[in-house]
Ligand binder design. Structure first.
Ligand SMILES: Cc1cc2nc3c(=O)[nH]c(=O)nc-3n(C[C@H](O)[C@H](O)[C@H](O)COP(=O)(O)OP(=O)(O)OC[C@H]3O[C@@H](n4cnc5c(N)ncnc54)[C@H](O)[C@@H]3O)c2cc1C
Length: 258
């Protein structure tokens, strides 16, 4: 398994030599009660691949600085701006800033985009399986959105675990992409609520759900991406291996927390 970055941005290893640059916040909007979307316009635009993340650095009035990593939700096709989708950790340092303080016109610093190990390259042939837990869906929003711009894309399945429909990030948009994009399958696995559609699941992701999604994909999985909290990533990666997906085809990204 190709493992991704872990825990907080302080430990993100792959961006150490990137320069920081200013980025202007152009919009902040609420997606769920615990999640906001933040759109940034970096001073210098850099192309990126769907799945990559950027580091964001905040500086307090007294000069104290801290930074965290955030996956990019916008597709590479949306040149000029980057959308981040940030879940509130009430006792956290950085996420409360984006929920309670940040506003259009503010400036932060960013570094990256980086982490090409967790990137989807549409030109690579073969079916793609995406498994998200909670805000782990963010890099997959970029992939699904980018897929709409790709000619003859590979089949793609997104299996997205959330507590309830209210916690699902960009749910209506994902359903619209499933309708519009040939070869895209989207299913939600809700752990604390009955699902709306018969094609969704009312359970934590288990072997039978993985098998069902692989059947709907219709082709052997060539590229698997798993993103979410530590335990989610470990258990879903194990399920994929158990379902016959070669370990070297599975890329993971852990956001920290259990
Ligand atoms: C590659 C990557 C991509 C990511 N993408 C996203 C994304 O798209 N969206 C998203 O919401 N998040 C994402 N994250 C997570 C993000 O980087 C932050 O970790 C998250 O926003 C929390 O930051 P915070 O400053 O609010 O909380 P922090 O201050 O980092 O605290 C996090 C938790 O740790 C606890 N904690 C802090 N310090 C200590 C301590 N000394 N001892 C014990 N416990 C402590 C806090 O109580 C809190 O519960 C990503 C992480 C990585 C590595």
């Amino acid at each position: 398994m190709t493992d991704g970055a872990s825990t907080t941005g302080e430990r993100a290893p792959s961006v150490a030599r990137e320069p920081w640059q200013p980025a202007t916040i152009t919009a902040v909007s609420r997606l769920t009660s615990r999640v906001v979307s933040v759109t940034l316009r970096p001073e210098r635009w850099r192309p990126f691949l769907a799945g990559q993340h950027a580091d964001v650095r905040l500086t307090a009035e007294d000069g104290y600085r801290t930074h965290r990593s955030y996956s990019i939700a916008s597709p590479p096709a949306a040149e000029g701006t980057l959308e981040l989708v940030i879940e509130l950790l009430g006792d956290g340092e950085v996420s409360p800033f984006f929920h309670e303080v940040a506003a259009a016109g503010d400036t932060v610093e960013i570094r990256g985009p980086s982490a090409s190990h967790f990137a989807w390259r549409p030109e690579e042939p073969g079916a793609v399986f995406l498994a998200a837990g909670g805000s782990g869906v963010v890099p997959f929003l970029s992939m699904v959105r980018q897929r709409a711009h790709v000619t003859a894309p590979s089949p793609m399945a997104l299996l997205y675990s959330a507590r309830s429909w209210e916690d699902v990030i960009a749910g209506e948009e994902l359903l619209a992409h499933e309708q519009a994009q040939r070869g895209l399958v989207v299913s939600f696995a809700l752990t604390r609520q009955a699902p709306r559609r018969s094609s969704d699941f009312a359970a934590r992701i288990d072997a039978s759900i993985v098998a069902e999604m692989m059947a709907r994909l219709g082709e052997p999985v060539r590229h698997a991406f798993v993103c979410g909290a530590q335990r989610f990533v470990g258990s879903v990666a194990d399920l994929l291996v158990g379902a016959g997906v070669p370990a070297q085809s599975i890329r993971t990204e852990r956001y920290g927390g259990s």
